[in-house]
Design a protein around this ligand. Structure first.
Ligand code: SF4
Length: 328
């Protein structure tokens, strides 16, 4: 039986693409990707619903390096969609070779996204895969040049689809016809398309071009502020943030919190000197209930709970004075 590797995001288009290929009697191995910016959760649900095996490939390191300087630029935010898709296809082609599959496919639809799914972008993405002739887009195949698996008769081009454009009416009609329900709405799921997260990320790349996937994890929690070029503070916005920050571990972290007043947990990142620790304490106090005290005690520790700690007395900072320095 012919076999294909299908890139799955868990959205409607890739789900329909898998169903189209399954309808040809072709065995499908799904593949989804995990990075610092997105995960395979929706794809796992879609694969379970379709009854196909799913491989999840962790591309966190290589994807982050690509995102720092994408050859084909960014979309509306920090989303390097052309290079990102090209990279995913490259990994999918490797998987195709590893498992002896006949081709790879995705749920891309011609013209659905003006920047990353126009005719030229689809051609560039296929080229980035390293094996452009083995890349099939079942949703729009009849609007695109014929590929090798079609020429070889592994798939019947006349039974592939000719969907193009931004309307999703045909996809919704097909979903109904094929009994596909509870599919997620388009967009969402990738932090790189989020304007607020993109601002933080751009700031991180500026300050710390060597940042790692772990640094990106930190961007997902709390308010962020640089005290100077090397030292950053992360301020918990609520209990959920405080709990998430408390679980972090790192020899370059200091945990800063008020002793006698309710307030945020502040994480001090970097090799902080005494004056920077004191500034973090002032920030911690400014965002807590003790903001109006003349002075208060702040606990500074290398970790939570049982970690060694010291108490310092500080004067609370003025909250308004920090507003302009927060990365929003
Ligand atoms: S939206 Fe995110 S995951 Fe999707 S192609 Fe663009 S960068 Fe990649």
């Amino acid at each position: 039986m012919p076999k294909a590797v299908g890139m799955m995001s868990g959205g409607l288009d890739s789900t329909l693409a898998v169903r189209t290929i399954l309808n040809h009697g072709i065995d499908v191995l799904g593949v989804s990707f995990k990075s610092a910016f997105f995960g395979p959760k929706k794809a796992e649900a879609a694969a379970a619903m379709l009854g196909v095996e799913l491989r999840v490939i962790d591309i966190s390191e290589s994807h982050l390096e690509m995102t720092k300087s994408p050859k084909h630029g960014y979309g509306g935010n920090m989303n390097p969609c052309i290079d990102c898709h090209g990279m995913m296809f490259k990994y999918s082609i490797e998987l195709m070779k590893e498992v002896g599959a006949d081709f790879v496919f995705s749920g891309e639809v011609l013209g659905q996204r003006p920047m990353s799914q126009n005719r030229n972008a689809l051609r560039v993405v296929a080229k980035l895969s390293g094996e452009p002739e083995m890349v099939v887009r079942p949703m729009s195949a009849q609007c695109l040049p014929e590929t090798e698996p079609e020429r070889q008769g592994i798939i019947d081009r006349s039974r592939l689809l000719d969907i193009s454009g931004r309307s999703r009416k045909r996809q919704m009609a097909l979903a109904k016809e094929w009994g596909i329900e509870n599919y997620p709405l388009p967009a969402g799921g990738c932090l790189l398309t989020d304007p607020g997260f993109s601002r933080r990320l751009g700031n991180m790349f500026e300050h710390n071009p060597e940042c790692t996937p772990y640094d990106i994890e930190l961007l997902k929690v709390g308010r962020h502020m640089w005290l100077n070029d090397d030292i950053r503070v992360i301020i918990g916005r609520d209990e959920k943030d405080n709990n998430a920050l408390a679980k972090l571990e790192g020899s370059e972290f200091r945990f800063v919190e008020a002793v006698d007043f309710i307030g945020p947990l502040v994480l001090l990142c970097g090799d902080a000197k005494e004056e920077e620790v004191r500034e973090a304490g002032a920030i911690c106090a400014a965002y807590g209930r003790g903001a109006n005290e003349k002075s208060l005690s702040i606990r500074v520790s290398l970790g939570n709970n049982d970690a060694p700690s010291e108490l310092i007395n500080i004067t609370p900072g003025v909250r308004d004075s920090y507003a302009g320095r927060m990365i929003r």
